[in-house]
Design a protein around this ligand. Sequence first.
Ligand code: LUB
Length: 222
Amino acid sequence: MSQNEGTAVESLWPAPAARLPGATGPMLRQERAERTRGQILHCAARIFAERGYQQTSIKDVADEVAMTKGAVYFHFPNKQALAIAVVDELYSRWPVTLEAVRGKGLSPLDTAIEMFNAASVAFLDDPIMQAGTRLQNERGAVDVELPLPYVDWTNLIATLMHEARDQGQLAPHMDPDVAARVAVAAFFGAQHISHNLHGRADFTERWREVRDTLFPALRARP
Ligand code: LUB
C-alpha cells in the first residue's frame, strides 16, 4: 500500500473564520466587511485562475461577485492589490495547514507527505491555490511585485527534512535542504505538467507516483 493512502486531507484546509456568537454591533460590522472582502477575493481568484492577470478587470470581478465596481474598490484599490491579496492569502494558509497536520502526530517525513497531499487537493479544488499558481507563473507579466514563489514552501519542507534527519528518519547520505528542494521541484513540476497537458485531471495519480518514487529513496532503511 502506498504511503498515507486514503487519509482525509480536505479537512486540514483552514475554513473561513466562523462567525462569533453573541458579537456586538461594531464587531458584526467588521465581520461583515471581512466576509465581503473574502467573497471578493474568492471571486477574483476564480477569474484570475480562468483568464490570467492581464485578461482580468475589476469589472469582471465585480460581475462575478455580483457587486458594483465601487464595492470592490472599497476593499481593493486596484487589480494589483487584488493579485497581491490572492497570493498573500495562499501563503498565509500553509502555516495553518502545517499546524493541523502536525496535530496528527506523524513522523517528520509523513508530515511532509501530508503537506503535499493537502496541496495536491488544493490544486484541484481551491481557486485561491489555482489563481495564486497562475499569477506566480505569469509573474513576469504582472505589473506589481508579488511575494517570491516557492520559498516559503521549500523552507517549510526543509524544516521537516531537518527534523527527519535529527530523528534518524532520513537516509544518512541525504542532505535535508537538497531533499526539500528536490521534493518541492518534483511536486510542483508534476503539477505544472499535469495542468498543461490534462487540466490537472491526472494530477492526483502523478503526485502519487512522485511520492512513491521519491520518499522511499529519502527514508533511512529500518
Ligand atoms: C505553492 C504556489 C502554489 C508551491 O509556494 C508557492 O509559490 C506555491 C504558487 O507559486 O503552491 C507548492 C509546492
